[in-house]
Design a protein around this ligand. Structure first.
Ligand SMILES: Cc1cc2nc3c(=O)[nH]c(=O)nc-3n(C[C@H](O)[C@H](O)[C@H](O)COP(=O)(O)OP(=O)(O)OC[C@H]3O[C@@H](n4cnc5c(N)ncnc54)[C@H](O)[C@@H]3O)c2cc1C
Length: 464
């Protein structure tokens, strides 16, 4: 069987390693960080486990992955009722949306205009179905101009840093799952029952999912090397030479989840100049995560607060303690504020104490006074949201076809950063599985099978 090197011990890489080992391949996983999980990992702030922003395991996760997690985690995998809320027009609306709450709390003028839009929805879809070019058009076609203009447009601006009419409609396809007002009404009906708005979450934080995958991989004989970075990938005939910060590995095939720009810099032969130029035009938004340690047992009963509007810089505030029935220390809670920005800009560089003040001021503006702060910690994630600008979609296609061409050299790029896509954890698990299954016993990659998998991944829609 083949020698497979997997780059990255996030969920995509770990699932690729598990399926490789189960197929009988020898497998080494190389992870730059000292811990597993990548973006889906957990770590401690003030003695409490926290995630990289709000993370939940969605019930849409394929049954075979759910079964794996249930069998390994047992009662540590908890089923929890979602309990979030959205700040809309100066009011709080429960999220996921629920019928009674909408009647009581949706701003009246918003509700009336959205309902009129919905009534006109069928005609609008027939008339303009083929015309959508931008995110703004597509959301307006599906959900009506009121929801598009007053909810999605400001939220998109906050997350992606540009106007909704400069974002491609592909973003709506990947990010907005409701096909129309009917779909929203069905969701509202479902979420009105508590069991219709549940999610799964492990007792020790979201990272426990990746930790359990890593344990399984090691039990299956995978050689997991933490704190080891891949610096170069040289394609030779029927093999790939992998250079690390401390040694070399000779692989029959490489399954990599490293970010595409890093892959382009590492791979030999280098990508053609047209690909390098295209990559420079494919921008991603960064996220600054501000963790506030608050001297109170709970801040609110809610798991997450969403802020689509321009009145706050913060896009979402979550309270990890409320995602689980866990062993968190009493008398103290940690809040996590997510702030989207451009890598290197003024917000990105702002010191932790000033970011803490910014979040506190934002929250005071929406009536959420934060009591005495014990500490502020910050994590900076440089490339979180790929920005699907209409002007860069051609460049994204150029990069995609270069990634597809690497498969002939036995290098398969997958995962959130390896494909430059928006995703959920269950999507990248499917990618890891498909990548492992495309490798033959001699390490050659079945190009047609991987192409079909990539076409399938294009239909992934991110669940909130
Ligand atoms: C704010 C936020 C909220 C989210 N919420 C949810 C949610 O609620 N539910 C959900 O299902 N999903 C959610 N996601 C998505 C989820 O985090 C991702 O799907 C998942 O982490 C992607 O996994 P991955 O393995 O592809 O990449 P990553 O998790 O990024 O892992 C890649 C790994 O590769 C390593 N690496 C990179 N370069 C090298 C190198 N050169 N050498 C060695 N190692 C390297 C990195 O250190 C990292 O550990 C959210 C994401 C974000 C950003």
């Amino acid at each position: 069987m083949a020698e497979i090197v997997v780059v990255g011990a996030g969920p995509a890489g770990l699932m690729a390693a598990i399926r490789s080992a189960q197929a009988g391949h020898r497998c080494v996983v190389v992870e730059a960080q000292p811990t597993v999980g990548g973006l889906a990992g957990s770590f401690e702030v003030a003695g409490q486990r926290v995630d990289h922003g709000s993370h939940r395991l969605h019930p849409a996760t394929d049954e075979r992955f759910l079964e794996l997690f249930r069998s390994r985690l047992g009662s540590d995998l908890q089923v929890r009722p979602r309990n979030g809320r959205i700040r809309l027009g100066g009011r709080w609306v429960a999220f996921p949306l629920r019928a009674g709450d909408m009647v009581r709390n949706l701003p009246l003028s918003f509700a009336a205009r959205a309902a009129l839009d919905a009534a006109a929805g069928l005609r609008r879809r027939r008339r303009r179905g083929a015309d959508s070019v931008t995110f703004a058009d597509e959301v307006s076609r599906r959900l009506g101009p009121t929801v598009a203009r007053e909810f999605y447009a400001p939220y998109a601006r906050k997350l992606y840093g540009i106007e909704a009419d400069q974002l491609d409609r592909d973003l709506a396809r990947r990010r907005v799952s409701a096909a129309g007002a009917g779909a929203i009404l069905r969701r509202v009906a479902r979420a009105t029952r508590p069991q219709g708005r549940s999610f799964l979450y492990p007792r020790r934080g979201y990272g426990q999912l990746s930790e359990t995958l890593a344990d399984l991989a090691v039990e299956l004989g995978v050689d997991l090397r933490l704190g080891t970075r891949v610096l170069g990938l040289r394609a030779a005939e029927d093999s790939v030479l992998v250079s690390l910060n401390g040694g070399l590995l000779d692989a029959d095939a490489v399954l990599t989840t490293m970010p595409v720009p890093a892959l382009a810099a590492a791979v030999d032969p280098s990508p053609p100049p047209a690909v390098v130029e295209a990559l420079q035009r494919c921008r991603s938004r960064a996220v600054v995560l501000v963790y506030l340690v608050v001297s109170r047992d709970r801040f609110t009963p809610f798991d997450a607060h969403y802020f689509p509007g321009p009145e706050t810089v913060v896009a979402r505030l979550s309270e990890p303690k409320n995602y689980r029935d866990g062993d968190d220390p009493p008398g103290r809670t940690v809040l996590c504020a997510e702030i989207a920005c451009w890598p290197g800009d003024e917000l990105w560089q702002r010191p932790a104490d000033q970011l803490g003040e910014l979040v506190a001021a934002d929250m005071a503006r929406v009536g959420l006074e934060i009591p005495a702060l014990e500490a502020v910690e910050v994590r900076r994630l440089p490339a979180v949201y790929p920005v699907y600008e209409t002007s860069s979609m051609g460049d994204r296609a150029t990069v995609d076809s270069w990634l597809r061409s690497l498969v002939a050299d036995r290098i398969v790029s997958l995962g959130r950063h390896g494909l430059g896509v928006l995703d959920n954890l269950h999507h990248v698990l499917a990618m890891g599985e498909a990548a492992a299954q495309s490798v033959g016993s001699d390490g050659a990659v079945d190009e047609a099978a991987w192409d079909r998998s990539l076409d399938g991944f294009a239909s992934h829609v991110v669940e909130d």
